[in-house]
Design a protein around this ligand. Structure first.
Ligand SMILES: [Zn+2]
Length: 261
C-alpha cells in the first residue's frame, strides 16, 4: 500500500517535470527559414514581428536576397531574429540523384575540406558584420554533411553552438544530437497539417523544428501565406504551452538542461 503511494507520487512528480521540460512549457517550436529569400523579409518577418515571435534565418552570403538587403537583415537581427550560417555559396553534393542542378563550381563532392571550412568561417564573419554577434548556429546546405567521403560535422563543432539537419523527426530533451538537430522540411502542407505537427510535439514533450523555404512563393519548396499564418496564429494562441524560440536559444537551453551534446 505504502509502496503504491510512493510510486504514484514519483510518477506524478516526474510527469509534472516532463510536462514543463521546455523552459517551463510542454514543447519547443523553432521556426527556421533557409536561403535568404526576399519573402522572408517581406512576408514572414512582418507577421512574426506582429505576433512577437523570434525566428532563425539561414543565410548564404552570395544569394541575392542576402547581398541586396543587408540593411533589412541587420534590422531583423536588431528586432530579435537570429541570423545563422548556411555557408557563402551553398555547396551541395552534385553526385547524388536529383542533383543535376548543382553547379560544378559549387559541387561539395569536389570541394576540399579546407575550402569548405574557409567558406563556413567567412560566412560567420559576414554575419558578424550584420549583427555584431560571435555565437552562431549552422544549417547544412541540402542536409549534406560530407566533403567527398569525409564528414565535416566534427570539423565545425568549435565554430558553432549547434547545427540543424534535415531529418523529419521530433526529439526529446535528453536525446538531441546538437550538431545534427532534425527538422521538418515544409512543402505545400496546409495550416491544419502544420498544426498537427505542433500538437504531436506537445503530446510528446518534444522539440519541433520547422524548415521553410518559400513563404508565399520565391522557391519551389513553398508554404502558402495562409498555411504559414494559420500555424503562427495557433502558436500564439497556445503560447502558454509552447515555447517558440530561435534555434540558438533552443539548443543552448538543451545543452544546459540535459545530457544532450
Ligand atoms: Zn539551403
Amino acid at each position: 500500500m505504502r509502496l503504491t503511494i510512493v510510486l504514484m507520487l514519483l510518477a506524478s512528480c516526474c510527469y509534472a517535470q516532463n510536462k514543463k521540460s521546455w523552459n517551463g512549457k510542454q514543447c519547443a517550436v523553432v521556426l527556421t527559414y533557409d536561403d535568404a529569400l526576399n519573402v522572408h523579409l517581406d512576408n514572414a518577418i512582418p507577421l512574426l514581428d506582429s505576433l512577437n515571435f523570434d525566428a532563425t534565418f539561414y543565410l548564404s552570403g552570395y544569394f541575392p536576397g542576402s547581398r541586396n538587403r543587408l540593411k533589412d537583415w541587420t534590422t531583423a537581427a536588431r528586432n530579435g531574429h537570429e541570423l545563422a550560417n548556411h555557408t557563402l555559396f551553398h555547396p551541395c553534393a552534385g553526385n547524388m540523384p536529383g542533383r543535376s542542378w548543382v553547379k560544378p563550381d559549387y559541387d561539395l563532392s569536389t570541394y576540399t575540406m579546407q575550402r569548405l571550412l574557409d567558406e563556413v568561417r567567412m560566412t560567420n564573419t559576414f554575419l558578424e558584420s550584420l549583427d555584431g554577434k560571435k555565437k552562431r548556429t549552422f544549417a547544412y546546405p541540402c542536409g549534406d554533411t560530407k566533403v567527398g567521403d569525409e564528414s565535416y560535422i566534427d570539423q565545425i563543432k568549435n565554430d558553432f553552438v549547434s547545427a540543424r539537419g534535415v531529418k523529419s523527426e521530433m526529439v526529446q530533451l535528453n536525446n538531441v544530437d546538437l550538431y545534427n538537430v532534425p527538422s521538418y522540411g515544409i512543402n505545400g502542407e496546409t495550416g491544419e497539417q502544420l498544426i498537427a505537427l505542433v500538437k504531436k510535439a506537445m503530446s510528446e514533450n518534444a522539440l519541433l523544428v520547422f524548415l521553410f523555404h518559400g513563404v508565399g512563393g520565391e522557391h519551389n519548396l513553398n508554404v502558402s501565406l495562409q498555411a504559414h499564418r494559420e500555424l503562427l496564429v495557433y502558436l500564439k494562441q497556445h503560447e502558454k504551452e509552447i515555447w517558440v524560440t530561435p534555434f540558438k536559444e533552443a539548443t543552448e537551453y538543451i545543452r544546459k538542461n540535459s545530457h544532450s551534446k
